[in-house]
Design a protein around this ligand. Sequence first.
Ligand code: CA
Length: 397
Amino acid sequence: MTDRQDVRTTAPRFAQADSAPFEHWIAALRAEARTKGIGENTLAEAFDGLRLNRRALELEARQPEFVTPVGAYVAALTGKQALATGREKRRQHAALLARIEAAYGVPARYLLAIWRLESDYGANFGSFPVVETLATLAYAGTPKRRPFWRRQLIGALEIVDRGHATFARLVGSWAGAMGHTQFIPTTYLDHAVDFDGDGRRDLWRSLPDVFASTANYLRKSGWQSGLPFGWEAALPEGFDYSRAHLGESRTVAEWRALGVRRADGKPLPEIDRPVSLIVPAGWNGPVFLVTQNYRAILRYNNAAAYALTVGLLAERLEGQGDLVARWPAAARLLSRAEKAELQRGLMALGYDPGPVDGKVGPETRKAIRAFQKRAGKPADGYANQALLDAVRKAAHR
Ligand code: CA
């Protein structure tokens, strides 16, 4: 961590026009915490002399845009080093991982992949003091997110009050994600487990607790044992891409009847469970059939690039080769401003992309597919530069 004096300052510099003074705010928070049964000693330790953390506010305000194309993200996180370290860790912890798979139905390779993405196999937990950081964000962070930060702060106090960790141990990311697999406090309270039986759920020093907690969270998120996240798929000529999104599920047999195959030529398993088709980089990139387990990974971190990278790394750890299709050589993704322009353009053309918020969600993708269909293009619902150019052109006609 950098010199603490550099990243901290005293409360008044953060006082917001619409906020109570920090001391009053803390007093109200302490009162709320007492109603949740949190003890006086814990509260005193948490709040006496607490300062605000300027760096957490800066990081929240910056809200970096995710502009790395999914293919580049996958490549960056699943390279040789990630595979070599992952296999070494699997060998080191084989017996433990086998016990956890038996108990929770989540295979070692998925736990290792999540571990890699969350903390680089435990190399980097983040070094922010969690209570200080969450108190700062709950008091002076983005107004609409303050209730969320406040819940996390109360959760962090509960963790210490129940004796699972000390405040000194409670370090994590600027957003309060903690330990080897980066649980936020409410996720910790709901899903962390004490697998080594020492009475504490320790996500910082106990790998049995870390792996079991992660497996438990995935299981509670709907993980189905015996299934991978999905398979790379190959589609027939003229396939209707408007079927390719998480809102549409079919059985494997139904997809097969539509001509969908596995890209590597192996047979798809005969499973009678809902499966969706996704095109994470557009129709000219790799496409995937994804199972309920892909959705369980999304519960961990709701980004397609994340869930797909976890899935691909997990299967590569098990020996699966490279993808058959190439990722498109996109230089970058559209910025938020460009996505907003796209939404305004679609609106001007009579489509309904939902609110103009610079985010491409299900409504916007639906509008994109309708635009693509009318233009005679593959209706993959994917927003890229070519699409923006086409919408601009159509809107100025
Ligand atoms: Ca434990």
